[in-house]
Write a protein that binds this ligand. Structure first.
Ligand code: SAM
Length: 221
């Protein structure tokens, strides 16, 4: 684990120094060359916090649309599709998008390349559910407010955004990528016009070693 994380951090540092904070993802996926063990976040299973959240909810109404942000290898998107959503899933790294399509050749998910910071206009007000795990925390803090504004903009009235991230107190150092978020950073969802309808702050033992986790749920009123 530490070797692949070290490699990811080295790539991130190179790209950040060059003023290209999101270019390293494509390099990382390309270097992995089809080996998920080389991708630090690739569990090849849906996010346990998404699975738990879905288990407490009724199936979506027919035609409900979900958007998965920074979809990686596609497991969260597939789970939402199984659950009954019409799913669009996007990632900035073309190799990740291709890889997800290769893994799930029969999929009903629409996998596309896209940049959360510069999304298609057609996604505005278009989704009943937006799911984001671990992408805000790999964006440098100065980009996060813009990213959150875009995330909020994707929701229809009464739509929900479910956000899963590492958490920290403001006085704690952010350390190396992935940089945990503060609760204050996530309050940007409220500034963007959403209502916080759930917030969990806990030690997540599904990760090894366990990490402090924030799971925020926000509704567009
Ligand atoms: C830490 S990984 C998490 C991937 C996936 N959500 C998961 O939990 O396995 C972050 C993902 O976000 C993607 N990403 C980073 N910046 C992005 C952006 N601006 N727009 C879309 N995707 C982005 C990366 O390529 C990467 O696949």
């Amino acid at each position: 684990m530490s070797t692949r994380r070290d490699f990811a951090r080295q790539l991130a540092a190179e790209h950040l120094a060059a003023g290209d904070p999101t270019g390293w993802f494509q390099r990382l996926y390309a270097a992995a060359d089809g080996n998920p063990a080389a991708v630090p976040w690739a569990d090849l299973a849906p996010n346990p916090n998404l699975v738990r959240w879905l288990s407490g909810r009724a199936a979506p109404a027919a035609g409900s649309r979900a958007l998965v942000v920074g979809c990686g290898l596609g497991d969260d998107a597939e789970r939402l599709s199984e659950r009954g959503y019409d799913v669009t899933a996007f990632d900035i790294a073309p190799r990740a998008v291709d890889w997800a399509r290769e893994r799930f050749p029969q999929s009903r998910v629409g996998y596309v390349c896209g940049d959360l910071l510069d999304p298609p206009a057609a996604w505005r007000d278009a989704f009943d559910l937006v799911f984001e795990a671990y992408t805000l925390q790999v964006l440098p803090p100065p980009l996060r407010a813009r990213a959150i504004d875009r995330l909020a903009s994707f929701l229809r009235t009464d739509g929900l955004a479910v956000i899963v991230a590492r958490g920290r107190e403001p006085h704690e150092p952010a350390g190396e990528v992935p940089w945990p978020l503060t609760r204050g950073e996530l309050s940007r969802f409220v500034e963007a016009g959403l209502v916080e309808v759930g917030f969990e702050d806990f030690i997540d033992g599904t990760e090894d070693p366990p990490v402090r986790r924030f799971v925020g749920v926000y509704r567009r009123g």
